[in-house]
Design a protein around this ligand. Sequence first.
Ligand SMILES: Cc1ncc(COP(=O)(O)O)c(C=O)c1O
Length: 388
Amino acid sequence: MIEEPLLENLRIRSSEKWRRFSDEILPLPVAEMDFNIAPEIKAKLHSMVENSDTGYLGPVPELGLAFANFAADRWNWKVDPNLIRIASDVGSAIVEISRVLIPTGSEILINTPIYQNFANWIREVGCKPVELAMIESIDGNSRSFQLDFDGIERAYKSGVKAHFICNPHNPIGRVFTKSELEKIANLAHQYQVLIISDEIHGPLTYRNSGAGSFHPFLSISDEARSIGIAITSASKAWNLAGLKCAQFLSQSEEINEKLKSLPDAVHFRASLFGAISAVTAFNHSRDWLDQVIKILEAKSLFLYELLKAEIPDAYLYRPEFGFLGWIDLRALSLGDDPGKRYLTEAKVAFNSGHTYGDVGKGFVRLNFGTSDAIIEEAVARMKKVSKV
Ligand SMILES: Cc1ncc(COP(=O)(O)O)c(C=O)c1O
């Protein structure tokens, strides 16, 4: 049973979420959850510490096997365990892969609003991010974002070398459908654009959302497998970001040949705690994950209803996975950076929308992977500013 976290216990955590602000600020940025981690992972880590098993990371074939079994059981995606590679985190995997596969100076497409580090990673490898805004669609009272396929084809035609996709997409909360991913795969195959698919939030897809199910990009088609690389991690779904371990793989012989030139250090810079915890997560903490998914889905609804009742001019796009809420505050006239006003005037911290691309001006991203009490307090604080 996963319990509601208590603020006094959270305040003594040493992670960035709980260190960045003083105690008067209620922190809801940073994509980590406030729940206690899965008991199986806790027990594994305890036993490693008891045994002083705190050395370097060597070969961990059991991680490839654990992920392959998880992917087959959850998503019906057949993966050769031997193809799974390890990096310290998703960010470093994407940077290292880009160094090997994408010429410096290339343009790389991203669909905005998007997790802010996509643009940072692209700049880190000397390339240029090309922002393409997603298109908002409105269906009755429900709003969501769609990919701009005409814009994607134009960008591919104009010579972008790669397209970084966020599947599922942080911050807008969408899990792409099979047909959307098929369209990307077909276009990318036609124009020979490399697709780097960040799938870190995939395991947190809600069971009852309109999305139905998460589709790993490489599971889509031969075309997808010929031009794609998937990067994932247990770090979001099981809340292990500080343990530093991610996985990535290609199912293309040609890409795998090129990936052979990655330095060995990409593997051993990951941590032993992270790798062994990921094995435990994929093999033994699936019930815990199912509980978390249910809790998050209920919390997303709780937040949606709360905002509708308390701040009707704020709009939360209905999340289909995870613990991140993308909120449109433009109708409240709080300016381009409402996050700054909430922080200074109401002592509640969110991620400012404009950091996810220009189209995020007037939005915030809120992390609802916490207690109902903290969510209520955050909305109460928001309300103070909204009233002005
Ligand atoms: C889409 C996405 N990718 C990557 C990351 C960061 O992952 P890592 O810490 O493994 O680099 C995050 C964290 O919020 C994320 O939301």
